[in-house]
Design a protein. Structure first.
Length: 474
């Protein structure tokens, strides 16, 4: 027993001499520095790698001159002996303690993503463990060190690619600013022709444009922040991978699955691309200066015979309606008007902008405009405060804008045709004199259901005609 104790003491001392103070492992290619301490050749070179003038000993901090060291082959042989003695003692201990290790069957299992690697911590030779899958510690660490290093170039490339995307995102901000400025200039030019009437509309349009710009800027800024955060994440991971790749085998293999998963699962955020809403920058048609905008929203409106009063005759092309004295034989239909000589358009609108024109010529009595699809067909008045139609009409020689409250109209010239413009979202219905495209009247309301074109025909033989989309000059 005394001999074994002495041998153990000698072995402990030999192991202490044979281990590097930097990597704490057995010396590999040992060298001795000026102060007499021994280190792995690789470890001391790495420790002094970025030093120029002073080279301190990692153990005693002695300042060595010029960072010189000499190879210690004798210590290398001693290290080999110490390693062999350590392996021999470990094997003997395992054989003696069958409760902890049953004939070399104790293994350390590391799950590394796709494959299962089984490493024995007590030996380095696979043949010692016939019957189960093993891999030497150095070989496993070398494999994963190479694997980690293979991620470095892709990660660097990803940083460069994300920086390019970030530059593109900055250009998007400049492009947004330029587009907003260009659209604001165009809108200002259009507003110059309609300053008096469009003062309210101008403020509303620019407000929506500013809100759109603010919203897009926030999204672009958030996207830019996401890119910056991603770059920081990638750089941090790059640093972690670089540090991990030079660690000792045990430290390198610790938590290897987590860092591999983060490297392979890393994805940059998507590039946000904006599209400025053009509708927010389109003004409603108001005069001859905006004839092109009228044409843009022009609708092919037709009459719905199923809604026509029995005294109204609708033409085959559904573009013309005439009052006839003799009631026609028609099918009963809850959608048909039975009191007032009214017919609705076939088209229903629940969003967007729409424009159509009606020729009235010299009819002594008529009404054109827009109504809710729920308008009573039996001539009943809606409850107070609930308007269901918006029209311009001629009755007894007087022109009236008929909404919730009738508004008398003073027209300098008798219109031969009426233009009707509906902006559903803005809640506006406007009427124009087709003689000179001048504005007659506008209603402002809030819409929440389907609206339809409205036509009321006087008790005379002169027709009311819907103009084709090709035009209807006054």
């Amino acid at each position: 027993m005394a001999v074994m104790a002495a041998l153990s003491t000698v072995l402990s001392g030999l192991e202490a001499e044979a281990k590097c103070s930097i990597c704490l492992d057995y010396l590999r290619d040992p060298v001795t520095i000026e102060c007499g301490h021994n280190f792995c050749h690789f470890c001391i070179r790495q420790s002094w790698e970025n030093l120029q003038y002073s080279f301190p000993c990692p153990v005693c901090r002695h300042q060595c001159q010029e960072g010189t060291f000499r190879s210690n082959t004798q210590l290398g042989r001693m290290t080999d002996i110490a390693r062999l003695l350590h392996i021999t003692r470990s094997k003997r201990k395992r054989e003696e303690d069958l409760s902890l290790c049953e004939k070399h069957n104790q293994v350390l299992t590391l799950f590394c993503e796709e494959d299962l690697e089984v490493l024995c911590p007590l030996c380095t030779q696979p043949p010692d463990h016939q019957g189960h899958h093993v891999r030497p510690l150095e070989e496993a660490a070398s494999h994963h060190r190479k694997r980690l290093r293979s991620y470095m170039e892709p990660l660097k490339k990803q940083v460069a690619d994300v920086q390019k995307l970030l530059a593109a995102q900055d250009r998007e901000l400049l492009e947004l600013r330029e587009k907003v400025e260009n659209q604001a200039q165009k809108l200002s030019c259009e507003f110059e022709h309609l300053t008096q009437f469009l003062e309210h509309d101008q403020r509303a349009v620019f407000s929506r444009l500013a809100e759109d710009e603010k919203d897009i800027q926030q999204k672009l800024s958030a996207n830019r922040t996401a890119f910056s955060d991603h770059i920081a994440t990638v750089k941090g991971l790059l640093t972690e991978v670089a540090e991990k790749s030079v660690m000792s085998e045990v430290k390198l293999l610790r938590d290897i699955r987590s860092i591999v998963g983060r490297c392979e699962g890393l994805k940059p955020p998507a590039l946000y691309s904006f599209q400025l809403k053009r509708e927010a920058c389109c003004l409603p048609p108001q005069s001859a200066a905006l004839r092109k905008i009228m044409q843009r929203f022009r609708e092919e409106v037709t009459l719905d015979p199923e809604t026509a009063h029995p005294n109204l005759l609708v033409s085959e092309d559904k573009k013309c309606v005439t009052f006839v004295k003799k009631k026609q034989r028609v099918h009963r239909n809850p959608r048909r008007f039975t009191v007032s000589p009214v017919v609705l358009g076939s088209e229903g609108f629940d969003s967007g902008r729409h424009y159509w024109e009606v020729r009235v010529e010299d009819k002594p009595k008529w009404a054109v405009g827009v109504c809710k699809d729920s308008l009573s067909r039996k001539g009943k008045r809606p409850p107070s405060g609930r308007n269901r139609r918006w029209t311009v009409q001629l009755r007894n020689g007087d022109y009236v804008a008929q909404g919730a409250v009738p508004v008398p109209l003073l027209l300098m010239e008798k219109p031969r045709g009426i233009g009707v413009y509906l902006d559903y979202e803005l809640g506006q219905i406007s009427f124009y004199n087709l003689n000179d495209r001048s504005h007659i009247h506008s209603f402002t309301d809030t819409f929440s259901e389907v609206l339809k074109p409205y036509f009321c025909v006087g008790r005379d033989s002169k027709p009311l005609t819907i103009c084709a989309v090709t035009g209807c000059e006054g």
